[in-house]
Ligand binder design. Structure first.
Ligand code: ADP
Ligand SMILES: N[C@@H](CCOP(=O)(O)O)C(=O)O
Length: 353
């Protein structure tokens, strides 16, 4: 009998999406990680164990048919004609540093980790582009998942698809990832819609490594779905031009040396999502308007991280003063925060240990 497969470690970074004007377009990978340790043994009919430590450990379902990571992995397996988890899978331990529902891309990281897990379990050797296709069937805005997969400061778009492929890519999440009711027959959910090839395209921008990200993380959760419901369906030309002008400047300005605070502070302003989300995040307008490069030398720009409620301040120094000023404004709204200084890091990794 052959030896069991080696243990595999999968690490996926947190991400901050939008960076002000780049709603659903740009993302930044940050130094907080979702890590999976996947152990194999002799083939057996015993079910494998899922264990968690860190963020969300007490709330996450440990049933593989309900857990987001393993449901995504099962989606990849089933799209590649493998109906279930392999018999030599013994355990998956998940250690998570990314807080849930705070705008730091926990669900995007879980989707990428699930796709990478499916690829490892099925030994499919899928390319990075194909892995991204699977992720984009599940999380339909490309900013978080692309940055979590490839790392760095990334811009991405979804390709316009031919009519047949468009139908597949618009299948609701609930159909791509059904919740697998325990009493359903064994053929249930066996033929999920396959992702069209080449849904997402991306480019990596330069990043000046002296720029750090201060994440000011309120102690309450805001689901991305709820924060997206607050947005209008239509925008004025004026507001779209406002954002496009700033985004065009920002993607280059954050790679320049030395970074120019005057240019970046204005280029991180937004009129597409932040104004509509302020009712969900008390203190947001005060934080983004009163902490400036003049009041806090070293600050480059400040915005909502993803769908919030976390605030992202990009800065080269004075991190504590920036975080304390933001904490004070949130405290006036009776909101406690935690804060961290994060680095911009590389993308996901899969290695045998
Ligand atoms: N590591 C994980 N394992 C399982 N489920 C996860 C994991 N990370 C995130 N999730 C799920 O995603 C939800 C948060 O998603 P979302 O509202 O998009 O917020 P975020 O801004 O953190 O991505 C969590 O409540 C949880 O259901
Ligand atoms: N562009 C999306 C990004 C959501 O990011 P998350 O980290 O909050 O999941 C949006 O702004 O809705």
């Amino acid at each position: 009998m052959s030896d069991p497969r080696p243990t595999v470690e999968i690490t996926v970074p947190a991400t901050s999406a939008n960076i002000g004007p780049g709603f659903d377009v740009v993302g930044l990978s940050l130094s907080l990680y979702l890590s999976l340790t996947v152990k194999f043994g002799l083939p057996s009919s015993n079910p494998f164990a899922i264990t968690y430590s860190g963020e969300g450990a007490n709330e996450v379902p440990l049933d593989p048919y309900r857990n987001l990571l393993t449901r995504v992995a099962l989606y990849v397996l089933r799209c590649n004609n493998q109906r279930s988890f392999p018999a030599d899978l013994v355990s998956i331990h998940v250690d998570n540093q990314i807080p849930f529902g705070r705008g730091l891309g926990s669900s995007g990281a879980a989707v990428i980790a699930g796709v990478l897990l499916g690829n490892v379990l099925g030994q499919f050797n899928l390319t990075r582009e194909r892995l991204l296709d699977y992720a984009l069937m599940i999380e339909r805005h490309p900013d978080n998942v692309t940055a979590a997969l490839v790392g760095g400061f990334v811009g991405s778009y979804l390709r316009e698809l031919d009519p047949a492929a468009t139908v597949a890519s618009q299948v609701p999440l609930s159909e791509v990832l059904p919740e697998y009711p325990p009493d359903a027959g064994e053929n249930w959910g066996l033929s999920p819609p396959h992702p069209p090839v080449g849904i997402g395209h991306y480019v990596k921008f330069n990043w000046n490594s002296s720029i750090k990200a201060v994440a000011i993380i309120p102690r309450f959760e805001l689901s991305t779905a709820k924060a997206r419901e607050a947005l209008p369906l239509q925008y004025s030309r004026k507001d779209l031009v406002f954002n496009m002008q700033r985004l065009a400047v920002l993607t280059t300005a954050l790679g320049q040396s030395p970074p120019d605070p005057e240019l970046i502070y204005e280029a991180m302003k937004d009129r597409v999502h932040q104004p509509y989300r302020k009712a969900l995040i008390p203190g947001l307008p005060a934080v983004t308007s009163s902490i400036t490069p003049e009041t806090h030398p070293g600050l480059l720009g400040i915005c909502l991280s993803g769908a919030g409620p976390t605030i992202l301040a990009l800065a080269t120094q004075n991190f504590m003063a920036i975080a304390e000023s933001a904490s004070k404004i949130f405290a006036e709204e009776n909101i406690q925060v935690d804060w961290k200084v994060l680095e911009v890091v590389g993308g996901s990794e899969v290695k045998e240990v």
